[in-house]
Design a protein around this ligand. Structure first.
Ligand code: ATP
Ligand code: MG
Length: 656
């Protein structure tokens, strides 16, 4: 196939639906259309004005230093303390009585209300306790916790004393924890005896004991008592209630350089071994605070914000902890899963706390879609005014379902594209500006310069697909991969000189709006056409019997690769009926064309997903090509692959 004549990625689907922003939202919107023009005329001045949202100990003297690209510095010479910005300044402004978190535990009636004053006292105590345990500026602290307030407190206490936190998702194994401890040389682990998961206490401490046994650099393990379950106790272990509760609630935060490291976060590992992404203080906080305020049209006085992600993912860092707290708003923090003790739990919480802004992942929306809309219908969700989505492309069908069943047919859906690496939102509609198109993340945010390019790095025309890149540095960008500058350059900056390559495919539609098309590693080559996974999956999900779909390319003698699809049916579709496979193949042909028609379709009970809910297509490709299934260590549920393989041998797939 010649690169000059074939597009880098085919543009298959069309979507005619448009949703204008609600009139009342437009009338009071935080951000108006003209901000795009302002940012375009002077990008650095725009970010400089966004930086005024924070309190700085020392003002910067240069907005951006890109002389040593791709190693950037933002707000050069500026000094600030992230914890002061997230907590103290709100108390000083007289908002100490305001609720920072309505924490909802998984067991019913297990709740805590944490005001900004409470949070300040607890963060100060924890900062003093960490210092007493010998943690100092620049040290690394691993945090392996359930979704409890002490997790947020631990992160802020680290930030307060300039220690670098690395939060490891509490569902990960001892191996994963040990690898991350080793990779960043942590000296302290903060954990809990356990957390609640699907109605039962689930232990954390044994995994920590195992990991710490292999990590001689760990000096202490600080343990929160959450469940009260029996745990082994070693000489490095210290109870949180013994050292934090007894520490002083007075602590003076020191200002750190804007480029002082704030945290290391490992990517979710959808494509392979996780990478240790380094974020620093000033630029990260500016962009997470600004985007949280702009993209969700946050009114800190009245909104109740809920991001359902786990704090162990970057979404939890930027949109449970740093963005919302820097903006001084009230958030929900929920420990459990959406279906415990019943499938309406999320909506019950929305109703109870009057949640106004809700931010979740497409995989969760599709699960709710599969369960049916009569579940959310049992609750009053009229408080919701803005909805958000992150993690994967949201299929048009799931978007419209979300808007209707959860958003009452009026709440706009913000499809936010970003990555662990980008630190904060990069591409998204704005709720008071954008007429949304279901399935499109729309435009780069003000101050963010994204583009779609072809194999040679040239910008593709509207109506074409290619590689998503970022053309200019942005404040919350990763600074490097922890301990590996060379891998940082090779991974992100070598494919297209002078551009950050994100690894994702995308297209520009006729209006120049951006549609994410999945990872370029997953692009299929069918009879010389480069097809993305997203459009075919969306076509499948638009069939009324389908809740979720994953598509991969499998080796094929006649076409190079053949499209192989795996689908989960909606509950009200039962087993789909005898002709479901033929129906779905026909449906894809009708929606986007014969070239995309799956050669085989398999109805499965579950799809392999990472712990953050992303579909791991490379494992499905192994199944489709009859190979031994590859590295599945970041998989949420390892039995899923066995279920899929046994279904395959029982002959549900259709071949022609
Ligand atoms: P790894 O890089 O280790 O394989 P990962 O890419 O899954 O892991 P994250 O940083 O959590 O780790 O995910 C970022 C990726 O998620 C993006 O590159 C993109 O593929 C996908 N993504 C996130 N938001 C969106 C969105 N709104 N639309 C489409 N894709 C999205
Ligand atoms: Mg990635």
């Amino acid at each position: 196939m010649s690169e000059s004549t074939e597009p880098s990625l085919s543009n298959l689907s069309r979507e005619e639906r448009r949703f204008e922003p609600p009139a009342d939202l437009v009338a009071s919107a935080n951000v108006t259309e003209q901000v795009y023009a302002e940012a375009e005329s002077d990008r650095l001045a725009f970010w400089e004005s966004a930086a005024q949202r924070l309190s700085w100990g020392t003002r910067w003297d240069r907005v951006l230093d890109w002389d040593d690209a791709p190693f950037g510095k933002w707000f050069v010479g500026g000094e600030l303390n992230a914890s002061y910005n997230c907590v103290d300044r709100h108390v000083e402004a007289g908002n100490g009585g305001k609720v920072a978190f309505h924490w909802v535990g998984e067991p019913e009636d297990d709740t805590r209300t944490i005001t900004y004053s409470d949070l300040k006292d607890e963060v100060c105590r924890a900062a003093n306790a960490l210092t007493d345990l010998g943690v100092s500026t620049g040290d690394r602290v691993a945090i392996y916790m359930p979704m409890i307030p002490e997790t947020v407190v631990s992160m802020l206490a680290c930030a307060r004393i300039g220690a670098i936190h690395t939060v490891v998702f509490g569902g990960f194994s001892a191996d994963a924890l040990a690898n991350r401890i080793e990779d960043c040389d942590a000296t302290l682990v903060i954990t809990a005896d356990g957390g609640y998961r699907r109605g039962a206490p689930s232990a954390l401490k044994p995994a920590v004991d195992d990991a710490v046994g292999r990590s001689p650099g760990i000096q202490n393990v600080l343990v929160v008592r959450r469940t009260g379950q029996d745990i082994a106790w070693g000489d490095k272990d210290v109870w949180w209630h013994d050292v934090v509760d007894k520490a002083s609630s007075e602590h003076t935060p020191e200002n750190f350089d804007a480029e002082h490291p704030l945290y290391v976060m490992y990517t979710s590992g959808t494509t392979g071994k996780p990478k240790g992404i380094l974020h620093t203080t000033g630029g990260y906080l500016v962009q997470s605070a600004w985007t949280h305020w702009a993209v969700f049209d946050l009114k800190p006085e009245t909104d109740v914000f809920w991001c359902s992600a786990d704090i162990g993912w970057v979404t939890g860092h930027s949109y449970i902890v740093y963005g919302p707290l820097a903006n001084g708003c009230t958030s929900i923090l929920y420990e459990g899963t959406p279906d415990t003790p019943h499938r309406g739990r999320w909506w019950e919480i929305v109703q109870q706390y009057g949640v106004t802004i809700f931010y979740t992942a497409p995989t969760a929306i599709r699960a709710c879609m599969k369960w049916g809309k009569d579940i959310p219908e049992q609750f009053d969700l009229s408080s919701l005014r803005v909805l958000g989505s992150v993690g994967e492309s949201i299929n048009p069908e799931a978007y419209v379902w979300y808007r209707d069943a959860i958003g009452g047919g009026t709440a706009p859906v913000m499809d936010t594209w970003w990555q662990t690496e980008t630190g904060a939102h990069m591409i998204s509609p704005l709720p008071g500006v954008t007429a949304g198109k279901p399935g499109s993340a729309m435009q780069g945010l003000p101050g963010i310069v994204v583009d779609v390019v072809d194999d040679t790095g040239a910008s593709v025309p509207d109506g074409s697909g290619g590689y998503l890149v970022v053309r200019e540095p942005w404040p919350a960008m990763l600074r490097t991969l922890w301990g590996d500058d060379q891998r940082y350059k090779d991974t992100y900056w070598s494919r297209f000189p002078g551009m950050y390559f994100a690894g994702d495919g995308a297209k520009k539609d006729e209006d120049g709006d951006i549609w994410l098309l999945g990872r370029v590693d997953d692009v299929m080559n069918v009879s010389g056409h480069r097809l993305s996974t997203t459009e075919i999956e969306s076509a499948l999900v638009s069939h009324p019997k389908v809740a979720e779909a994953a598509v991969v390319g499998a080796k094929d003698e006649s076409s190079g690769q053949a499209v192989v699809a795996f689908v989960i049916l909606r509950e009200d579709a039962g087993d789909g009926g005898p002709d479901v496979v033929a129906e779905l193949r026909q449906h894809v042909t009708k929606e986007i064309g014969a070239i995309a028609k799956p050669k085989s379709i398999m109805v499965v009970p579950e799809l392999p997903k990472t712990r953050s809910g992303k579909i791991m297509r490379r494992l499905l490709q192994d199944v489709a090509e009859n190979r031994e299934v590859g590295d599945a260590t970041t998989l949420a549920d390892t039995s899923v692959m066995d279920q899929i393989k046994s279904g395959l041998s029982s002959g549900k797939a259709d071949e022609d």
